[in-house]
Design a protein around this ligand. Structure first.
Ligand code: PXP
Length: 251
């Protein structure tokens, strides 16, 4: 590979489809193995409080039966902390969670929630789990993440992906500025949410972003052309955009 941009594949919605019927098919662990074959660098899964997609059993199998690093998305609750400490995933990404939301709407308020988040960041870090905070592309939130001692932030790209055409550039500029600030204050910078074949390029081109986490679009696209093909195409678009931005040749 000619660049350092990793792809984390979020397999939550394989579990969503399985849960529509109950039973075991399609199995998110099988999807994780297929993602590894297709070139993913990591697997991301969100164990929600209401268990609407990923189950406790899925999380246990993902943590212990796949070779790729696991990024465990979790709300800052005692229950989720205990699960993280039991399975010791490579990384834990703390996300805001509201029961009534369809997906993670907006980033964590790292600045306003500093005191309540601090024990979770510390406990995960002390256990050797790489802590990431899922935040908006906002200097105040980045500075709070740094002050909390999180080594990683994941920038929420939902506003950029959902923007009307005349607002897209402004939303992209916010992500670019935030990624530069993250680098300047020594935070590893990831990004994700809502990314598609059409929106991934400009985000992949931001040189200080080292990981993208992508789920819903890839699982949806897999219905039409297969998971492997969807991941390979996403990987190729990411690599091409990064290579174009840095002047390297894509592999
Ligand atoms: N990153 C985080 C922290 C998320 O919560 C999600 C959604 O679960 C994603 C990335 C992936 O978003 P999407 O499924 O829209 O690609």
């Amino acid at each position: 590979m000619t660049n350092n941009l990793r792809l984390g594949v979020n397999i939550d919605h394989v579990a969503t489809i399985r849960n529509a019927r109950g039973g075991g098919h399609p199995d998110p662990v099988r999807a994780a193995r297929a993602a590894a074959q297709a070139g993913a660098d990591g697997i991301t899964a969100h164990l929600r409080e209401d268990r609407r997609h990923i189950s406790d059993d899925d999380m246990e199998r993902l943590a212990h039966q796949i070779d790729l690093p696991l990024n465990f998305e979790m709300a800052a609750t005692d229950e989720m902390l205990a699960i993280a400490l039991r399975h010791k995933p490579h990384a834990a990404c703390i996300v805001p969670e509201k029961r009534e939301e369809r997906t993670t709407e907006g980033g964590l308020d790292a600045a306003g929630g500093f005191d309540s988040l601090k024990p979770f960041v510390d406990a995960l870090g002390d256990a050797g789990i790489r802590v990431s905070l899922f935040i908006e592309a906002d200097v105040k939130q980045l500075d709070a993440a740094k002050a909390l001692g999180a080594p990683v932030v994941e920038l929420h790209t939902g506003a950029y992906c959902d923007a009307a055409p005349d607002d897209r550039e402004a939303q992209l500029a916010r992500v670019i500025a935030a990624a530069a600030h993250a680098d300047a204050i020594g935070l590893e910078c990831h990004a994700g949410h809502g990314l598609t074949f059409d929106t991934v390029g400009p985000i992949a081109a931001i040189p200080t972003i080292v990981e993208l986490n992508i789920g819903h679009f890839l699982i949806g696209e897999a219905i039409f052309g297969g998971l492997e093909s969807a991941i390979k195409r996403m990987r190729a678009l990411m690599d091409q955009a990064r290579a174009d931005a840095t002047g390297e040749r894509s592999a």
